[in-house]
Design a protein around this ligand. Structure first.
Ligand code: HAM
Length: 419
């Protein structure tokens, strides 16, 4: 019986990995410049962390979590996102005792039992960022600016930054009631899902994707007209800072996000080049989550981006070469050369040179063909004569020029040539 991968789960094969690594390295470079440090977190956690953190009535918690009992009877869940884990680790390691804003980034697989379709998987990868410990609207703006800069470095265009304010625990409950009252008049026309959402999570009605509901939602009271002065002031400051750095954005009053922990600023970056699943990234401020997990009051701001969606948008053909071809392809002939070549390959690699060879040990012609195909910079040719004379032949694969290179200085000379 042939066993295949689970639906909604994908292999990332070596020819694609180069793109992934390149994007991951760029993220590391950009985020490090802004003072973010990598954090690695477990892939599974106690179920309670996510159900309480993300919100009991969210789609993720109600329908999408991979939850099971382990052999000790503990209820555990494969992480559907990273923020709740960062908050747990922040409290567990008492990172709040540090005086400075803690800035973390993470990368890894997330798991959601969603209906698989283009751009939507059951195991997908995120890069996430969390800045913990400041109310300052500069953090909101800076983190969004960093994300947009990262997208620019990757050569992305046709993307849009949408922002909104979701208010705070003081003003949102009142808005929620106003919204609920207003929705009551439209219940018969709204989809079944929205009729359910209306009871438990009426804000989600605002971002329903059903066409008729979008039309109804556009006539419902807007949250930005109902937030308190403090929230308004925060939101205005964020916008001023975005203006100041000339980052284009749109205010989208229907943007509510699918996770319950947000307060104040919420945002998404979407792309017109993606299909129905057009969000590359989303995030916002969450000022109460650390306290909800019994940590000290710690205002936070963060985002996560979906790597599959992002990588599908990067114009790799227009960017600097990201290929990692070997520096040298070693071509060898004859019994006597075998042992010598084996240890030479080892020496070259230890010296920091990437080396490929023909393990089938075919004819010179077939080995040269493989060297060509590997797109190596050089071919190092070693036969019995070369072993005897202690001089190898080095062929530059770009211009075809051949030169002699002595066995003793081989590693150093090749190193000088490739650097
Ligand atoms: P999220 O909006 O649920 O936010 O996910 C962030 C991004 O992950 C999405 O914009 C999308 O690109 C990608 N994504 C989500 N679900 C899937 C899927 N099934 N298949 C492929 N890609 C997907 C969060 O996860 C929050 N933790 C973000 C955050 C961090 N907020 C504050 N800090």
């Amino acid at each position: 019986m042939r066993i295949q991968a689970i639906r909604g789960v994908k292999d990332i094969m070596p020819d694609e990995i180069e793109k992934w690594r390149w994007v991951e390295n760029k993220a590391n470079q950009v985020f490090t410049r802004y003072g973010f440090k990598e954090i690695r977190l477990p892939i599974f956690e106690k179920t309670k962390l996510f159900s309480r953190g993300i919100g009991e009535t969210t789609d993720i918690v109600e329908k999408e979590m991979y939850t099971f009992e382990d052999r000790g009877g503990e209820k555990v869940t494969l992480r559907p996102e990273g923020t709740a884990s960062v908050v747990r680790a922040f409290i567990e390691h008492k990172m709040y005792t540090k005086q400075t804003v803690q800035k973390y980034y993470y990368l890894g697989p997330m798991f959601r039992y969603e209906r698989p379709q283009a751009g939507r998987f059951r195991q997908f990868y995120q890069i996430g960022v969390e800045a913990m410990g400041s109310h300052n609207p500069s953090i909101d703006a800076e983190v969004m600016i960093m994300l947009m800069e990262f997208f620019t470095v990757l050569g992305l265009n046709q993307i849009e930054l949408q922002i909104n304010s979701l208010g705070c625990n003081k003003c949102r409950p009142e808005y929620r009631e106003t919204l609920k009252k207003s929705i009551t008049n439209h219940l018969a026309d709204l989809c079944e899902n929205c009729n359910k959402r209306y009871q438990k999570n009426p804000l989600r009605v605002l971002d329903c994707k059903v066409e008729r509901d979008i039309e109804i939602a556009s006539g419902l009271p807007k949250i930005t007209d109902h937030i308190c002065n403090e929230c308004k002031c925060h939101f205005e400051k964020v916008q001023t800072l975005l203006h100041e750095t000339q980052i284009p954005y749109n205010i989208n009053p229907s943007l509510v996000r699918g996770l319950d922990y947000y307060t104040h600023t919420a945002f998404e970056v979407t792309s017109r080049d993606l299909g129905a699943q057009n969000a590359i990234s989303g995030g916002g401020r969450y000022n109460t989550l650390v306290e909800e997990f019994e940590g000290p009051p710690t205002p936070c701001f963060g985002f996560a981006l979906g790597l599959e969606r992002l990588i599908s948008l990067v114009p790799f053909d227009k960017l600097e070469s990201i290929e990692t071809n070997p520096d040298v392809f070693v071509v060898s002939l004859g019994e006597e050369a075998k042992l010598k070549v084996f240890s030479l390959v080892h020496q070259l690699r230890s010296g920091g040179i990437s080396v490929e060879r023909d393990y089938n040990e075919g004819s010179i012609k077939s080995q040269m063909r493989k060297a060509n195909r590997s797109a190596s910079s050089f071919a190092l040719i070693i036969g019995e004569n070369e072993i005897k004379s202690g001089t190898y032949q080095l062929k530059n694969m770009k211009d075809g020029k051949q030169s002699n290179i002595t066995a003793e200085s081989c590693v150093e000379e090749i190193k000088a040539l490739i650097n």
